[in-house]
Design a protein around this ligand. Sequence first.
Ligand code: FAD
Length: 472
Amino acid sequence: MSSIDPPSDAVPLGPKEIVKSGLCIGCGACAAQIPGNAARMRLDRYGEFKPAAPSRRAESEMPGFAHICPFSPRSHDEDELAAERFPSAKHRDPLIGRFEAAYVGYVREQDFRAVGSSGGMASWMAAELLDRKLVDGVAHVVPVAVSDDRGDLFRYQISRTTGDVRGGAKSRYHPVELSAVLAEIKAWPGRYAIVGIPCFIKAVHLLRMQDSLLRERIVFTLGLFCGHMKSARFVESFAWQMGATMEAVESADYRLKDPRRPANWYTAQLRLKDGRTRSKDWWHLADGDWGAGFFQNSACNFCDDVTAETADISFGDAWVEPYSSDGRGTNVVVVRSPLLHGVISGAIAEGRLELTEVDSEFVVRTQAAGFRQRREGLSFRLSWPRLGVQPKKRVAPRCRGLPARRMLIYWMRARISAWSHRMFWLSRLLGTPRLYIRWARAVLALYQAITYSRGWLGAMVGAGRRDEDENG
Ligand SMILES: Cc1cc2nc3c(=O)[nH]c(=O)nc-3n(C[C@H](O)[C@H](O)[C@H](O)COP(=O)(O)OP(=O)(O)OC[C@H]3O[C@@H](n4cnc5c(N)ncnc54)[C@H](O)[C@@H]3O)c2cc1C
């Protein structure tokens, strides 16, 4: 537990305080609790979802807010939720939490692997739950039609057929929010599964503790490992750098699969409304270095859950060799629900899944950079003075004893995140994409020099000094 005490219940804590303190991830769990207001989440000027004009009135209509918001210091943490959900888990690990078993591999049957971002396991699991009639619907993220009134590229949808689930495969590094699907779950009796990044899954469990209807209807949670959440400006910047405007973009694929290339060489592809496509490798984009933190939501600075520790099952990418070089994509899977463990074991025995059991050390290795940022980096960030609501995390603040270069990396990453929002906003306002792109290229060169990761500057500074995975 953190040594920062949570504020007492006497101090007001509503959406307004969380937003002002940079702790709102935009999940929509709070908006879902306001009757008749399912669509109250709005994209702000930085392209991030926030509860629209969170007023005092709205807060008084949300008495449970402080216990629902995943970044509220008064809500239960992941350890507490997982202890309640998985009391007799076979394994416990300080980094990946409680679990029954962990695997590395992919889906053998049909085209789940080919159409998925990684090994196709997330869509397979969701489809299997429907096939076995364990759920009536799966809430997950799908591309939206051009006509969508909010102009979003992606949104949560409840899929009720395996075809619709498969149609939603692929990772969307783009803001989405849960309020509309939670309203739909409340309105339509049935059993549901929800796919989400760790903080969204945490929010769902916090809601389930408060709301008996959601507790009864949401019967499975499928987590995605998470590095951080991006704003809607991420794809807009890609469009700028591919010579297109956002208005011309119909859809985006963040990770176009090419079995001939390593899985971690991401290619983004935009489909334009005139039918043409534009593609570029992330490495050639000014903000395509994931570790630099461009457009990261500020709440992610205060996250300590990489593997969705409260989900029944979680899926990530196997970012270690030989898997990261296999362009077909390979998952790491952490199973926490004994029931789902049975389903997975049965499918392995039938040859439908190609999964090999691994230990927690392997899973941690696949996410080494993410864990550094969410443990060592988080403890350093917690030591910085800040105004507003103080986050309560499972690591203690610490600024001593860290190598100076590591501190510089964490500091630089936080600055890049914060300034990318502002610089993009300014460039947009002035109608000069060049301003943002030049700034982004300059700070990226600096970041990569510090991390010795790439570019002539990084190569020069880091010559002969690469002794660890410096990207994170
Ligand atoms: C923002 C974000 C950050 C991530 N960071 C990491 C990371 O650091 N390390 C790592 O190993 N993996 C990370 N992942 C997970 C990874 O990208 C893959 O989603 C995961 O490996 C599952 O791949 P798959 O082939 O099994 O999934 P698929 O079969 O492709 O299915 C993906 C499922 O997730 C749903 N989905 C897509 N985007 C979202 C979203 N934004 N919110 C909720 N549901 C969504 C889809 O609708 C689909 O049902 C991240 C994912 C996201 C969305």
